[in-house]
Structure formats: C-alpha cells, structure tokens
Design a binder for this molecule. Structure first.
Ligand SMILES: C[S@@+](CC[C@H](N)C(=O)[O-])C[C@H]1O[C@@H](n2cnc3c(N)ncnc32)[C@H](O)[C@@H]1O
Length: 273
C-alpha cells in the first residue's frame, strides 16, 4: 500500500472517531510517518514496513483523540520547530502575537528585560531569544514536565535562555516587558472542551480557577505592586478581554487590547512606565 492509499483508508476511521478534518490529518500523518513531501505523496510513494507500522500506530492513537502534535512530537511556532508531548500545552498560532509584541518592545529598547511567566514548551520566550540573540530574555514555569520540554526547545534554538522553575514571576527581580499566556479557562468549562484538550493537555496549563482569572489577577497585582513593567501583555480567551481590561484598569493604568487574525481581542496590554 502506498502512503496515499493508507491515508485514504485511515481517514474513515479518524472521521468515525469524530475528527473533523480527517482526510487532511491522515495525509499529514502518512507523509510524516514516511518522511515525504506532498508531491511524493501524490505521486504514490510507497510505505516501508516500518513506516506502515508507525503510521498505523499513529492513527490508532489519533482515534483516541490524542492531539496530533503529541503523536508526531512537535509543532511549528513562529517559524521554528518545538518539541511537545504529554505534560505540556501545544503552542497555538494566536500566541505568536506575544512574540511580536515582545520583539517590538526590544526594537524600541534593546536593553529591556523581557520576562515570560508560564512558558510551557518555551515557544514565546525561546522564539524571542532566538530572534534577538543579544536580548535579555528569561522565562518561568511551575510544571517540571513542561520545563523539561522548554529546556529541550531552548537547547535547540536559544541555549542561553534562563529558565526558572517557580510561581509566576516571584523569582524575578526586574522585568521591563512581561508576557504571559497563563491558564485562563474557567475550571467548570474544561470538561466541555474538545477531547484533545480536556483529556490530554495538562490541567495546570488550562485551569484558571472559578472564573478563569485567578492567575491573571495575581500576575497583574505583581506588576502593579512590584515590577511596574513598561509593557504587560496577557493572552486571554474569547470574550475575556473586557473583564481582564477591567482588572488591569482597577490598578490605575489604561489597558488596551490587540486583536488576533480572526479579529478577536486576544492580548490585553498595559504600561506602568
Ligand atoms: C496556557 S499554558 C501556555 C504555555 C505557553 N506559554 C504557550 O503559550 O504555549 C500556561 C502555562 O502556565 C504554566 N503555569 C500555570 N500556573 C503557573 C504558575 N503559577 N507559575 C508559572 N507557570 C504556571 C502552566 O504549566 C503552562 O505551561
């Protein structure tokens, strides 16, 4: 059987498991299992016994709704390849906005200290450090599992990046730019999410407490009382920007929001300095 035939056969099983884009996902897995380009896939390149076995194992895992990125072990973010797996959140494309905001601040002041709270796979901090090798960037993370992925990704792309295990930015004395994509899903909503998220991604990366804002409130407080960054940029979920702006505004600064490519208010920002 060639890669395309195997993918066509598997797409039916993936669709039956509730996967929306089953045909496309089957193609991606078949191509990755065989290490072939799209052109080679359509040209009818065959699968070796080892590749066919690997593809079959991946399809089986995917029918249990394990995220594709955990199965293949990686995800692209801001043009770089990041290793991911169970124990770490898969970086999402909308989070690339945090990278852009951080880079813009560094363009204004290359000496600024950029701190990311809750770095997960390291996607944001590693991308910024790799884009600006001379910049002062650091990242924190509370989960030991996630920190392992961040360390491996930093080793590949920005080995000089300091990674600190700790609670938010409590171990950080100075930060001019604070970036964070913290857990912001209300605890009661998690079970209703797609199984790829609710069953597989780590709870510590999702659960924002009763209303979703527990961690955001704590980080905003720390910025208001201690760090007073020139830029605070916080990723928020759909429909949350107004609430988070109100939390920020209660500290006497004027927040604003940045939209993602879907037109959703995605990042709430504020300046203290
Ligand atoms: C939504 S995930 C985002 C991960 C990564 N920044 C990204 O955008 O892909 C939130 C991350 O915050 C971490 N986290 C949760 N509570 C934390 C805390 N109190 N201090 C530091 N990190 C925390 C989680 O382990 C998780 O990696």
């Amino acid at each position: 059987m060639n890669a395309r035939q195997a993918a066509t056969e598997a797409s039916g099983r993936l669709a039956a498991a509730g996967i929306a884009d089953a045909r496309f996902e089957a193609e991606l897995m078949a191509r990755e299992a065989a290490g072939i380009s799209r052109a080679a896939y359509f040209a009818g390149t065959g699968l070796s016994a080892e590749e066919a076995r690997r593809f079959e194992e991946w399809v089986e895992r995917r029918t249990r709704r394990e995220p594709a990125a955990y199965i293949t072990g990686h995800r692209e973010f801001y043009g770089r390849d990041f290793g991911v797996g169970q124990g770490v959140l898969i970086p999402r494309p909308e989070t690339e906005l945090l990278v852009e905001l951080g880079l813009a601040e560094l363009d204004g002041d290359p000496r600024a200290v950029v701190a990311e709270a809750g770095t997960g796979s390291g996607a944001v901090a590693v991308s910024i450090a790799a884009e600006r090798p001379g910049a002062r960037v650091l990242a924190t993370e509370i989960s030991r599992d996630a920190l392992g992925f961040a360390a491996a990704n930093a080793a590949r792309h920005a080995p000089w990046l300091p990674l600190i295990q700790g609670d938010l930015l409590s171990a950080v004395a100075r930060a001019d730019v604070v970036l964070a994509n913290l857990p912001y899903i209300p605890a009661w909503e998690i079970e209703a999410l797609e199984p790829e998220v609710s069953r597989w991604e780590p709870r510590v990366a999702l659960d924002g407490g009763k209303d979703g804002y527990d961690l955001l409130r704590r980080l905003i407080d720390d910025c208001a009382q201690r760090l007073r960054p020139r830029l605070l940029a916080l990723e928020v979920g759909f429909g949350q920007a107004a609430d988070v702006e109100a939390i920020v505004a209660s500290h006497g600064v004027a927040p604003w929001s940045v939209k993602d490519i879907s037109g959703i208010d995605r990042i709430v920002c504020a300046r203290w300095a």
